[in-house]
Design a protein around this ligand. Structure first.
Ligand code: AMP
Length: 216
């Protein structure tokens, strides 16, 4: 199964993606995570991407599309994958369609996570992530058992540099301007499955699974 998950930063798409990955044995491909790991390792790609990410802007397509194409060729993608954070623009969606069509492939469903902006801002500014395994925690709603230590792998749990109120506002603006048209793009293809994450992740996952079944 080849899925895309769409949602504003902090909408909970990362958490839903992790659950779906386990359930359907998918590779979880988060372009944000790939950029952050490149930044951490000081690669040329990381250096280039950092200047955009720190300002809450999108990394240019010329960097992002090639990076995703290379990632989809890796062995763990053979059983299917869930794309998280890509595509973010119509140009990226069209490039994705083209790269899949070259191998006779297509996306099976596009999951759209729905949450109010106010809830997002509150969740994002209190979010913390594990540097090592990427697990997501929250100082208000889902604290780690030991402060600063990942419950899952024991890695260091930190606040992302771009998880502050100012950058969140910029990222939400970017999201609505550039990415919301994607929902229309995939709606026209009949691929959208909605996940309502205003309440909690369990009810969100339930609504996604029902939607996937309905798509067949
Ligand atoms: P995320 O972890 O998905 O919120 O991504 C963090 C940041 O990485 C974004 O604010 C962008 O600067 C950059 N980024 C991630 N995915 C993409 C993409 N598909 N296109 C452009 N920039 C991206």
């Amino acid at each position: 199964m080849k899925l895309i998950i769409l949602g504003a930063p902090g909408s909970g798409k990362g958490t839903s993606a992790m659950v779906l990955r386990e359930k359907y044995s998918l590779a979880h491909i988060s372009t944000g995570d790939i950029f952050r790991s490149n930044i951490k390792n000081g690669t040329p790609l990381g250096l280039e991407a950092k200047s955009y990410i720190d300002k809450g802007q999108l990394v240019p397509d010329s960097i992002t599309i090639g990076m995703v194409e290379a990632r989809l060729k890796e062995a763990d993608c053979a059983n299917g994958y869930i794309l998280d954070g890509f595509p973010r623009t119509i140009a990226q969606a069209e490039a994705l369609d083209e790269m899949l069509a070259r191998s006779g492939d297509k996306i099976d469903a596009v999951i759209s996570i729905v949450v109010d902006d106010q809830i997002i801002t509150d969740r994002v500014t209190s979010r913390r992530v594990c540097e090592k395994c990427g697990a997501s925690f929250n100082v208000k709603y889902k604290p780690t058992k030991v402060e600063g230590v990942c419950d899952i792998c024991g890695g260091k749990v930190v606040q992302r540099a771009d998880d502050n109120e100012e950058t969140v506002a910029a990222r939400l603006k970017t999201y609505y301007e550039n990415t919301k048209p994607l929902i229309d793009f995939y709606q026209a293809k009949g691929l959208i499955v909605e996940g309502d994450n205003n309440v909690d992740s369990d009810s969100c996952i339930r609504s996604i699974e029902e939607g996937l079944k309905a798509l067949g």
